[in-house]
Design a protein around this ligand. Structure first.
Ligand code: CMC
Length: 444
């Protein structure tokens, strides 16, 4: 096992004498020696750097956490410069090709691949909890028929804590795993219900005999009394998409889950914060935005004009760019391949032609090359979801179902990490100094 805060970080070991950072404060002329561990210094060590005894001490300023590690994690490793993504050490392409989503969710949450018995028990455990309490059904049905399904999912996931008050006992690892299983099991049921609410159909119950992906498809698309037959290639494609979404280290929604979880609230509230963060168009909501963008472009002939608009900063090329990947997102390659497999069953989505041409033009254009902007996972995933006849609003719900095991594994790691405390960033105050209250009669 390696610990890597940066690519250059050495394997975990106590800081050798030479592994220090010497800092000279030119305000005072004083020199400080700060230990380096795993390629990082502790931000709190900087607090010893003071102008005088009254000084609070040096802080770092890092909006959007561009260069701050907030935790030690053994779950997911990304090297964005070369396009590597591994869950618990296993490359994403091997997992997407050879494993199943439930196997990956076990891997993320237990740290090792399951053997046959473990996978079978895990699957049964999850299937046994897929039913969702009637009170949550009423919550879903209480929303307007056109409620965005991500907002419905967010509310319902948070609402689960009303049913499982024992989830507040964070100190018991078995109890935590019980809640993890519940969330893994119930999220697809709630996601499917949010969709059914939109299309005005009865909310269907899960069938514990079916596979995870198959259950999700049936709960979304079956008509009362009529069960669809889904091509196994469609089920497999959906399972692959869920695997690709399963974790992505300290992204916006995972940080939200960790930050909310650090207050020792229950996991349902923490997970609902993850859903809320994922909803945004710069994060999971990008797959919905990609489809809208491709539709707006409308034909290959309009691509040059659209690209010009992006270069003139009038808009973003959705599905492109990533905070961490400065190379091809390894998930995007797999999604692209999977899209072709799905289209063999469903027929080609006409928007694919526009997407492929747009990618080609962007990858050759100096604007995108210079900024290392490549397609991310969301560039092609929406095309697959559309081929499955899902409306754009549901794309991010599918992402949330896939991301749930990652959020849960990260939450569990946080709760068991003795170095963690309640999350609480500092600020640089730039407002007024103290001033006296002005009575209303004297205000302009
Ligand atoms: N289209 C056009 N220009 C872009 C784009 C884009 N999609 N992404 C980044 N840039 C430009 C940006 O304007 C900046 O240019 P300059 O240096 O000249 O000011 C440069 O590239 C660096 O970008 P940044 O804004 O510093 O990058 P960031 O790390 O803050 O943002 C991002 C990452 C994903 C939010 C951003 O690339 C973006 O908005 N992409 C479109 C939305 C999207 O596809 N999101 C899904 C991300 S993958 C799924 C997930 O993990 O949620």
């Amino acid at each position: 096992m390696t610990t890597k805060a940066t690519k250059r970080a050495p394997a975990k070991k106590a800081a050798a004498a030479s592994e220090t950072l010497t800092v000279t404060d030119n305000r005072t002329g004083k020199t400080y020696e700060l230990p380096i561990v795993d390629g990082t210094i502790k931000a709190t060590d900087l607090r010893t750097i003071k102008v005088d005894d009254d000084d609070f001490g040096m802080m770092t300023y890092d909006p959007a956490f561009m260069n701050t590690a907030s935790c030690r994690s053994a779950i997911t490793f990304i090297d964005g410069d070369v396009g590597i993504l591994r869950y618990r050490g296993y490359p994403i392409d091997q997992l997407a090709e050879k494993s199943s989503f439930l196997e990956v969710s076990y891997l993320l949450n237990y740290g090792e691949l399951p053997n046959k018995t473990q996978l079978s028990e895990w699957t049964q455990w999850i299937n046994a909890h897929a039913f969702v309490d009637e009170s949550i059904r009423s919550v879903v049905e209480g929303f307007r028929h056109d409620a965005h399904p991500m907002a419905v999912l967010q509310a319902a996931i948070g609402g689960l804590s009303t049913i499982y008050p024992e989830s507040k006992e964070l100190g018991d690892p078995d109890n935590r795993m019980q809640q993890i299983v519940r969330l893994m099991a119930k999220t697809p049921t709630i996601g499917a219900w949010a969709f059914r609410r939109n299309i005005g159909r009865a909310l269907l119950n899960p069938n514990p005999e079916r596979s995870y992906a198959s259950n999700l498809l049936h709960m979304m698309f079956d008509e009362s009394g009529i069960e669809y037959n889904f091509d196994p290639r469609i089920e497999r494609a959906l399972d692959i998409l869920l695997i690709l979404h399963a974790d992505h280290e300290q992204n916006c929604s995972t940080s939200a889950v960790r930050s909310v979880g650090s207050s020792e609230t229950d996991v349902y509230q923490a997970a609902s914060a993850g859903v809320a963060a994922l909803y945004g168009p710069l994060h999971g909501g990008a797959n919905e935005s990609v489809l809208k963008m491709l539709r707006r472009i409308g034909s290959k002939d309009n691509i040059p004009d659209f690209v010009q608009g992006v270069k003139e900063r009038r808009e973003l090329l959705m599905g492109f760019g990533h905070r961490v990947y400065k190379n091809y997102d390894p998930r995007a390659k797999i999604v692209h391949k999977t899209a072709h497999e799905v289209f063999e069953v469903t027929g080609v989505n006409p928007l694919l032609e526009i997407a492929v041409e747009l990618e080609k033009i962007a990858l050759e254009d100096e604007f995108f090359v210079a900024r290392k902007l490549y397609p991310n996972v969301d560039f092609y995933s929406g095309l697959i979801y559309e081929a499955l006849k899902l409306p754009a609003e549901m794309f991010t719900v599918m992402f949330a179902i896939g991301r749930m095991p990652g959020w849960l594994a990260q939450w569990n790691e946080l709760v068991g990490d003795s170095e963690q405390k309640i999350s609480r960033p500092r600020q640089i105050y730039v407002g007024y100094d103290e001033r006296n209250y002005v009575p209303m009669s004297k205000r302009k």
